[in-house]
Design a protein around this ligand. Structure first.
Ligand code: ATP
Ligand code: MG
Length: 558
C-alpha cells in the first residue's frame, strides 16, 4: 500500500473537520496557525505532536505557520533554548513563515492595557498576591471585590504608567481585568494582566519592568498575527472564555482557540520541568542524552524525522488525555530504518574461531548493503582463518533446538562459508578460549555447490581486520509505564539499567568510514548510529532500537 493511499484512508480529525467547514463557509480563505513554545527548555515528543499538527494543517489546507516564542516570563528564558527549538523544528522538516517573540508585542500589549483601563475594564490593584488569592473565593463561593477595584480610569492610568516607569518594587501592584468576582469560571474573577518584575529580558533587555501574564499575551499575540486557528492543549479550556473576552473587548482580530489532549508517552516523562531535573541532577548526560524523550535526544539516538512524523500521523490527536505506548514510536523507527539502514557485522562479545583448513591468507566476500533496497549495492568484507563470532552463538552442550554452533555442528557464516566446529580449546581454568573449525570450500555464498543445508547463520568479523568501537545500548529510562502517575517522586522509578556500554565491540572494517548521517543495522543486534562522542581515537555507536518487538500496529484508523 502506498503512503498516499494510507493517508487518504485516515479519517479527518476534529480540527480538520472544523477547518474544512471554515473554508467551505468562506469564513477564511486560508489558515494561519502558530507554534508557541516557551523558551525554557528543549522540545520533547509532546511538542513534536503540536509541531506536526500546526505545520501539517497549514500545509494541508494552504496557509502558513508562525513560530512564536512565548517569552513573557523573563527569568526562565535562555537564548540556548531559542536556538535549539529552531534547530529541532527544522530537523523535523518544517519551516515557519515568520519568527516572532511575544516580547515583540510588548508595546502593543501596553497600548491594549491602556484601552482596557480607559474602557473601565481594567484597574491597578495594590493588593499583594496573597491578598488577591485570599479574595479569589472558591469554585463554590464567590470572591470578594478588591478595595482598589473602583479606582477611576485617570488614577489607574497614572498608576499603570508609574508601574511601567519602575517606580514600584516587585509584587506591590498588578493590573487586573475588571470582570466579575462571582464568575463561575475562577479565571474570570478579575484576572491579573500585568505584574511588576524587575528582570532582564533576553530580547528586550531592561526596557520593561512590567510583564504581561500568559492570558494577556497569548490571545492578543494570536490576534496581532491574524492566527485563524490557535491550537493548544486541554488545560487551556478554562482560559478560552478569557481569551474571547479580551479579544471582544479590545475589538481586535478574532482568533479562535481550539484544544486537544496532551500527548504522553509510556516509560518516560514529558514536562520540561521534569526533564530539566533529570539534566541538572545528572540522571542523564544532558538534554540530548539518547534516553531523553527530547527531539535532540531522539535525533542523537538515531531517530529520523520521517519516523517521528509518521508516529505523529498515526496517533493523530485526541480530545481526552491518554498514554501512548512508546512501542508505537519504536515500531515507526524500525519500519523506516529497515528501509534505509546499511547492514554491517559487529561482534559484541567475541569468541575466537580458527579455521584450520583455510590456507589462503585471506579473501574478500561480498555482502549486500540492504536487502530491502534494490539499489543498495554491496560491500566487500575480508575473510581469514581467524574470526570472531559471538560467545552466545556457541554452546558446548546445546539443547535440542539450538541451531547455532556446537561441537560437531555446522552453521553458515553470513555471506561466506559453512563451517563445522571440531574442537573446543580451554584455558587452565576451563574457560573456552578458542574453537577449531573447518570450512566447506564449495559452500561459498552466492556460489554454493556443497548441497549442505544448515539452519543457523551467524555474523562474524575477521580478527586481524576488525576495528573496535564503543557501543551504547539503551533501554527505557523508567521502569514503570507512567512514572508521573506513581506514588512518590518520579525519579524513584528511573531504570538503573537504562544504559549498558560495550567498551570494545569488533566491527567489520567498512565501519571505519561510518558517517553521522548514515544509519546501520548491525546484523542480529539492532539499529545503530554514530554518536557525537566519536573522535579520531575511537568510534561510539548508539543503539537506536532493537530489531524486534512484540508491539503490533492496531489495524484500522488510529
Ligand atoms: P511543558 O510542560 O513540557 O513545559 P508546555 O506546554 O509548557 O510544556 P510550551 O513550550 O509552552 O510547553 O508549549 C509549546 C506548545 O507545545 C504549546 O502549544 C503546547 O500546548 C504544546 N505542547 C507541549 N507539550 C505537549 C504535549 N505533551 N502534547 C501536545 N502538545 C504539547
Ligand atoms: Mg509552559
Amino acid at each position: 500500500m502506498s503512503e498516499e493511499v494510507k493517508k487518504e484512508e485516515r479519517s479527518l480529525n476534529f480540527l480538520e473537520e472544523i477547518i474544512e467547514e471554515d473554508l467551505k463557509s468562506g469564513k477564511y480563505k486560508s489558515i494561519v496557525t502558530r507554534f508557541p513554545p516557551e523558551p525554557n527548555g528543549y522540545l520533547h515528543m509532546g511538542h513534536a505532536t503540536s509541531i506536526c499538527l500546526n505545520f501539517g494543517l497549514s500545509k494541508k489546507y494552504g496557509g502558513y505557520t508562525n513560530l512564536r516564542f512565548d517569552d513573557t516570563n523573563p527569568t526562565t528564558e535562555e537564548i540556548e533554548y531559542v536556538e535549539s527549538i529552531k534547530g529541532d523544528i527544522r530537523w523535523l522538516g518544517f519551516e515557519w513563515k515568520n519568527e516572532h517573540y511575544a516580547s515583540d508585542y510588548f508595546d502593543q500589549l501596553y497600548e491594549y492595557a491602556i484601552t482596557l483601563i480607559k474602557k473601565g475594564l481594567a484597574y491597578v490593584d495594590d493588593s499583594s498576591s496573597e491578598e488577591i488569592a485570599a479574595m479569589k473565593g472558591t469554585p463554590t463561593e464567590p470572591g470578594k471585590n478588591s478595595p482598589y477595584r473602583d479606582r477611576n480610569a485617570e488614577v489607574n492610568l497614572n498608576l499603570f504608567e508609574r508601574m511601567k516607569s519602575g517606580e514600584f518594587p516587585d509584587g506591590t501592584h498588578t493590573l487586573r481585568a475588571k470582570i466579575d468576582m462571582a464568575h463561575t469560571n475562577m479565571l474570570m474573577r478579575d484576572p491579573v494582566l500585568y505584574r511588576i518584575k524587575h528582570a532582564h529580558h533576553h530580547q528586550t533587555g531592561d526596557k520593561w519592568c512590567i510583564y504581561p501574564m500568559y492570558d494577556f499575551a497569548h490571545g492578543q499575540s494570536d490576534s496581532i498575527e491574524q492566527v485563524t486557528h490557535s491550537i493548544c492543549t486541554l488545560e487551556f479550556v478554562p482560559h478560552r472564555e478569557l481569551y474571547d473576552w479580551l479579544i471582544e473587548n479590545l475589538e481586535i482580530y478574532p482568533s479562535h482557540q481550539y484544544e486537544f489532549a496532551r500527548r504522553n508517552l509510556s516509560y518516560t516523562v514529558m514536562s520540561k520541568r521534569k526533564l530539566l531535573q533529570l539534566v541538572t541532577e545528572n540522571h542523564v548526560a544532558g538534554w540530548d542524552d539518547p534516553r531523553m524523550p527530547t527531539i535532540s535526544g531522539l535525533r542523537r539516538r538515531g531517530y529520523t524525522p520521517e519516523s517521528i512524523r509518521e508516529f505523529c500521523d498515526r496517533i493523530g490527536i485526541a480530545k481526552r488525555e491518554n498514554l501512548t505506548d512508546v512501542g508505537l514510536l519504536e515500531f515507526c523507527i524500525r519500519e523506516h530504518l529497515n528501509k534505509i539502514a546499511l547492514r554491517r557485522m559487529v561482534v559484541f562479545d567475541p569468541l575466537k574461531i580458527v579455521i584450520t583448513n583455510y590456507t589462503d591468507a585471506e579473501e574478500m566476500v561480498e555482502s549486500e548493503n540492504n536487502p530491502e533496497d534494490p539499489n543498495g549495492g554491496a560491500r566487500q568484507i575480508p575473510f581469514s582463518n581467524e574470526l570472531y563470532i559471538e560467545q552466545e552463538d556457541f554452546m558446548e552442550n546445546p539443547p535440542k533446538k539450538f541451531f547455532r554452533l556446537a561441537p560437531g555442528k555446522m552453521v553458515r557464516l553470513k555471506s561466506a562459508y559453512i563451517i563445522q566446529c571440531n574442537e573446543v580449546i580451554k584455558d587452565a581454568a576451563g574457560n573456552i578460549t578458542e574453537l577449531r573449525c573447518t570450512y566447506i570450500p564449495e559452500s561459498r555464498s552466492h556460489n554454493d555447490t556443497s548441497g549442505i543445508t544448515v539452519k543457523g547463520t551467524l555474523h562474524w568479523v575477521s580478527v586481524k581486520h576488525a576495528v573496535t568501537a564503543e557501543v551504547r545500548l539503551y533501554d527505557r529510562l523508567f521502569n514503570v509505564e507512567d512514572p508521573s502517575g506513581e506514588e512518590g517522586d518520579f525519579k524513584d522509578y528511573i531504570n538503573p539499567g537504562s544504559l549498558q556500554v560495550v567498551k570494545a565491540a569488533y566491527a567489520e572494517p567498512s565501519l571505519k568510514h561510518a558517517k553521522f548521517e548514515e544509519r546501520y543495522q548491525f546484523l542480529r543486534k539492532g539499529y545503530f548510529t554514530l554518536d557525537k562522542d566519536s573522535s579520531a581515537s575511537g568510534m561510539v555507536f548508539n543503539r537506536t532500537v532493537t530489531l524486534k518487538d512484540s508491539w503490533k500496529p492496531v489495524t484500522g484508523k488510529g
